[in-house]
Design a binder for this molecule. Structure first.
Ligand code: KG4
Ligand code: ZN
Length: 341
């Protein structure tokens, strides 16, 4: 290593619509966290267009990496390893980050560490909560994933529940689109909800047969869409704020109920949330209240570390680095990469 015992990792994330790079020292010390969002472009189409995402990553990745190194005041020759998200995500988008990381690692003769995107989201909790250590239970709720994960140790995960259909964030995005609120839907629905009545409309809380910790959001999404269409056809006015608040409550109720049920079953005394939807204040405060009632310590990352970023990838890579995990030049993008068991 270049100096002392510090491990300085350059991390790259390009799995969806953010081009991101970060410098992370010893896993929890984030020296830079640069995010170039493509949201403005994808908003024009109402969602992420994969081909546009890949092209924008190519255009921006070198500048984003240069900015991350410059902000951290860390030239490449002081970096000890290069980390990159290699799945799950959009294949063309992932490939840009993976090719870039491989090129830098090869040219600089540095170790290369591929990181699972969901592992990154979970590890975001370590950055600001210096005392947090495994084991803990983590609810990962993003645009592409809804997973309940037992974090048994650093880098050791067991998925105990997952969505059978839509991800929680996807449901927010689709409902927001039907309401004409635009993309991404989560923050728009949350803002509208503060002016609405969450008990105005009752939407079903889906139970899934088989696994008690699995989720399903497509029924709820259809119920909301049917409600909107029904009101339009009958010319019944609906307050969008009430609709947003009532839908959000249905999602939050299910997330909290299943997570607390799993916490009891697995005797968790620490619980964390992660992913874009984890920045939702209503989810945070409901989960916090439920944890307080059960005597469980509750953790969550700042909003900027909930949505896609590279700092979380650098944190996850640090624990892989300590465990001796290295990738070789065959590392490839894996769009449907699985986490743990
Ligand atoms: O983690 P993320 O940035 O990307 C994925 O890995 O998918 O999550 C993005 C998702 C989007 O679906 C977005 O609508 C949702 O997170 N989201 C929110 C909020 N902020 C972002 N959902 C609910 N409330 C929010 N405040
Ligand atoms: Zn994500």
């Amino acid at each position: 290593m270049s100096s002392g015992q510090d491990v300085k990792i350059l991390a790259i994330e390009s799995s969806c619509d953010e081009t991101a790079a970060a410098v992370v020292v010893n896993g929890r010390d984030v020296r830079s966290n640069i995010i170039s969002s493509q949201i403005d472009i994808h908003t024009l189409y109402g969602g992420v267009v994969p081909e546009i995402a890949s092209r924008k990553h190519i255009e921006r990745i070198n500048q984003v990496i240069a900015k991350a190194l410059e902000t951290a005041q860390m030239p490449l020759d002081q970096i000890d390893a290069v980390a990159v998200t290699y799945g799950p995500g959009l294949v063309g988008a992932l490939l840009v980050g993976v090719a870039e990381a491989k090129a830098i690692a090869y040219a600089r003769k540095l170790p290369l560490i591929g990181v699972h995107h969901i592992e990154g989201h979970i590890n975001a909790n370590y950055i600001e909560n210096k005392e947090l250590k495994p084991p803990f239970l983590c609810l990962v709720v993003s645009g592409g994933h809804t997973h309940l994960v037992q974090v048994k140790d650093y880098g050791v995960y067991e998925v105990v529940g997952r969505t059978r259909d839509d991800a929680a964030g996807e449901a927010f995005d689709k409902v927001a689109r039907a309401m004409g609120l635009g993309y991404p839907g989560g923050p728009k629905i949350e803002q509208a909800s503060y002016r609405g009545d969450a008990d105005a409309i009752f939407f079903p809380r889906a139970k899934v047969g088989g696994s008690e910790f699995d989720f399903s959001f497509s029924g709820l999404k259809s119920a909301v869409l049917n409600f909107i269409n029904g009101c339009r056809m009958k010319n019944i006015p609906v307050a969008p704020e009430d609709l947003a608040a009532s839908f959000q409550k249905a999602v939050v109720d299910v997330l909290v109920e299943h997570t607390m049920h799993a916490a009891q079953q697995y005797h968790a005394d620490q619980l964390a949330i992660a992913g874009g939807v984890a920045s939702n204040q209503v989810l945070r405060s409901s989960m916090e209240a439920a944890c307080r009632e059960q005597g469980i310590r509750f953790y969550y990352p700042s909003p900027v570390l909930c949505t896609d970023n590279a700092a979380m990838i650098g944190t996850a890579a640090y624990y892989s680095f300590l465990a001796g995990r290295r990738d070789d030049w065959t590392l490839n993008a894996v769009p449907n990469l699985k986490l743990g068991k």
